[in-house]
Write a protein that binds this ligand. Sequence first.
Ligand code: ZN
Length: 387
Amino acid sequence: MMDISVTGQIPAGSIVVEDASDPSDIRLRLASDHASTMRGGYHFRVTGARGQAVRLRILDVRDLEADRLAGRDGYEDAWTNTGPHVSYDRRDWFRVPGRVVGRDYVIDHVPASDVCYYASWAPYPLDRELDLIARVAQSSRVRVAPVARTVMGADVDLLTIGEAGPGKRTCWIIARQHPSESMSGYFLEGMLPRLVDEHDPVARQLLDRAVIHVVPNMNPDGTRLGHTRGNGAGANLNREWADPSPDRSPEVFAVRAQMEATGVDFFMDCHGDEELRCVFLGGPLEIPSRTPWLASLFGQFERALMAVSPEYELGHGYPGGPPETADLRMAWNWVAERFGCLGVLLEQPFKDTSWATDPVRGWSPQRATLLGHSFPAALNQVVAHLR
Ligand SMILES: [Zn+2]
């Protein structure tokens, strides 16, 4: 019999292999982000196991839940009603079931190929993102410039789509502050090509009304390293917005400065959520300067998104109940408060929506891409009302 190998030493890989000597009890552990204790995502390769039953045991995931779900009683954990994304070719990702046994997460699978990848969600590799940016950069509508340099020296790209002008609104969309939430990458793969499609009437009308600034990846270091949430210095960028540091969170520091230069009328921050079973939007409802006008504008945006995509449903409340006051260290809250504008948090599920489940793929790259393709039509419905 061939030897089986399990490794996280692949691009954007993340796993600690404790013992892979027994295929019926392969013992793994979640890897912490560099310079941080943040963990939760995983992405690894199993080689040489075609036709053989393997049991992958990710140890002690319950420890993680205790931190993350503190104060959220009765809330479904990240490991229930789901399973990893699995692929033989790194293009088509399907699910196999996983289950919690004791303190561990257990995946039983018989790979159909000697090369098999497992991930908490289909990765969106940096290479694919660079290809996407290069492709849309060829549009005459788009300018690309570095807006920041990461802790480890990578460029954070800013795409400016359309042109600012008198009476035009300024929209900002950022993604991937948290690298493991890779559905944001697929979302942009639907959104960006639509915005540069000269035959698309929605894109044309939207860009007549607004200029759109997009940061496709706030955290390229974390993406490259296969991080769950941290940047190259171990910072959770979505807790840095109130007081970013040029050393520890230069990505946020520079993007915030650029926002001060352009102003902001609409902001959306694209994330993924491990526990939710819906697409979730957070609005500027708890910020100190909240107004009935902002709440109504947010409701208008929610209805617009629902009208263009059945993947979004009204009525899914803030996970675990809304906070009494907004956490202004988070991007959507900080931007909404600073600019008095519609700041939105988008959470796509790791699992699936509860009302339109796909038993084969769950929430998938395909659906994330189509949601991104729908989004400009929703923004176009509210863009005239943003001031
Ligand atoms: Zn996130």
